[in-house]
Unconditional design. Structure first.
Length: 481
């Protein structure tokens, strides 16, 4: 019988896996906590939550649980609030070479901010699949991931992590290829030719894979929705479809000033009814929309979060984005752009009242000065500013993503039998949505990370950011929207 000989590398990997697995206690008990389960039920005070092997085993009254002898890690939840782990539903973690050190910066920033799941909307598929493999194995701490792989764009893509699509056959081949290689869904960009869009939609339907993303410039929002596009990003197509100039916008330039001056509430209402009937979700990335439109009046130099960002991001990628936004995109005056940002909130409110469902997403980090993890909390605040209740805003990052992804049988709420992705807060987010930032601990797949652990994680990110030099300039490109 041959002896099985493991290399030093293999042994090191096995040991690392063992350490990571042992770091997640088999039994975790949180006492006297107020549970906000995100189902829509009222907050449940004085609860004991028992987590065993990464799953919620029991949620019960602390009075009834008192005196039970359970061997595990005990957490005092007195005065604290437990919510489901948060999702950022629009991120780009490995976006060509534009945002280096994502593994050392982006992933831990998500976890430190209670983001336990992400939808990657365009990135290097092999890299992201490897990260996911390491996270699943327990050798890397990071969020759960659903991944599109490279985006499908027109014949001359504007961004890295993109595939050039010139013909309907190109589109069909791309769908087949990414499905075969393990992509979870297909992401569309703005420059796709019209006939290619419908070919992609048809092939995605045949292959049983969803497609999401921008409403391409060549099609109407109503057409994209009727073709089966599952989510729209950045409110693209919404203002176009709410204007009598929609046909004109398909052929040429469009500005925020034009959107404001031609917005037709009746057209908008008809579009919203169609989107609601088709179950076309919206991920409006409101923080990015505000930041891009008002970039020339923003001052991020003294932002305390900047210490977590590598110099390359700030001095190369974001600098170029800022210059191009000011030069090529923000053609309206500042007062008009401010009105448009407020109009977006009004429109989101109207869409919400029409029954359209929403997802919280940030477009981090391509969105200029959108900070991984941190900006998701700002996004929830923008939803409240748009008229959502704090609970409804919280659901855009918990229950709604789980429903959208077909994972609501195991994620998205705090219920018996579900996976233990949880955030422990020092204050009630239903009183003030800003309290989602007051994080006492994060539980990711049953692994408990205390405030001390999270602070150490942030210190590591800061060190990694400092270690990253500026590097060479990037190739010419347009801002990621």
């Amino acid at each position: 019988m041959k002896r099985l000989v493991l290399s030093a590398t293999a042994l090191a990997v096995l040991c690392a896996i063992g350490r990571a697995q042992s770091a997640a206690p088999s039994l975790l008990i949180i006492h006297e906590v107020t549970v906000i389960d995100a189902t829509g039920s009222p907050a449940q005070p004085h609860r004991t939550v028992i987590v065993r092997d990464g799953k919620i085993e029991e949620i019960g009254s602390s009075d009834r649980s008192r005196g039970r002898k359970l061997a595990g890690v005990h957490i005092d939840g007195t005065g604290k609030f437990l919510v489901p782990g948060l999702w950022d539903m629009h991120v780009h973690m490995a976006f060509g070479d534009w945002f280096p050190r994502g593994k050392q910066v982006t992933l831990p920033l998500f976890i430190a901010n209670g983001i336990t799941g992400v939808r990657d909307m365009g990135g290097e598929l092999d890299v992201l699949q490897q990260w996911r493999k390491e996270i699943n194995a327990g050798t890397l701490i990071g969020p759960r991931m659903v991944i599109s792989g490279p985006m499908l764009d027109g014949p001359k893509p504007r961004f890295p992590s993109s595939i050039a699509i010139a013909t309907p056959d190109d589109g069909r081949r791309a769908v087949d290829d990414w499905k075969r290689r393990g992509a979870d869904f297909i992401k569309l960009q703005s420059l796709l030719p019209r006939e290619a869009v419908f070919a992609i939609a048809d092939e995605a339907r045949k292959q049983g894979i969803s497609f999401v993303g921008h409403v391409p410039d060549s099609v109407r929002a109503s057409e994209a929705s009727n073709a089966g596009q599952k989510s729209f990003e950045h409110l693209i197509g919404i203002f176009e479809g709410s204007s009598p100039l929609e046909d004109q916008f398909l052929k040429g330039p469009k500005t925020e000033g034009q959107f404001l001056s031609t917005y037709d509430p009746a057209r908008a209402a008809a579009l919203f009814a169609l989107l609601a009937n088709n179950h076309t979700w919206q991920c409006p990335t409101l923080v990015w929309e505000r930041g891009g439109n008002l970039i020339d009046q923003a001052d991020f130099i003294h932002d305390t979060r900047a210490k977590y960002v590598p110099a390359y991001w700030k001095d190369v990628t974001w600098k170029r984005f800022t210059e191009e936004i000011i030069r090529d995109f923000n053609s309206d005056d500042l007062a008009t752009r401010k009105r448009f940002v407020e109009k977006e909130l009004e429109v989101v409110n109207a869409m919400h009242r029409a029954g359209i469902r929403f997802l919280a997403g940030t477009d981090t980090p391509p969105g200029v000065y959108v900070f991984p993890g941190f900006s998701l909390h700002e996004e929830l605040q923008r939803f409240v500013a748009a008229g959502f209740t704090p609970l409804e805003a919280l659901q855009t990052a918990t229950l709604n993503p789980a429903k959208f992804l077909g994972m609501d049988d195991r994620l998205g709420t705090i219920e018996k039998g579900k996976l233990a992705d949880l955030v422990l807060l020092d204050a009630n987010p239903l009183d003030d949505i800003r309290n989602t930032q007051k994080i006492a601990a994060v539980i990711v797949n049953g692994r408990y990370l205390s405030r001390h652990d999270l602070d150490k994680m942030l210190a590591g990110v800061e060190a990694a950011a400092r270690a990253q030099g500026t590097g060479a300039s990037l190739s010419s490109s347009s801002p990621a929207k």
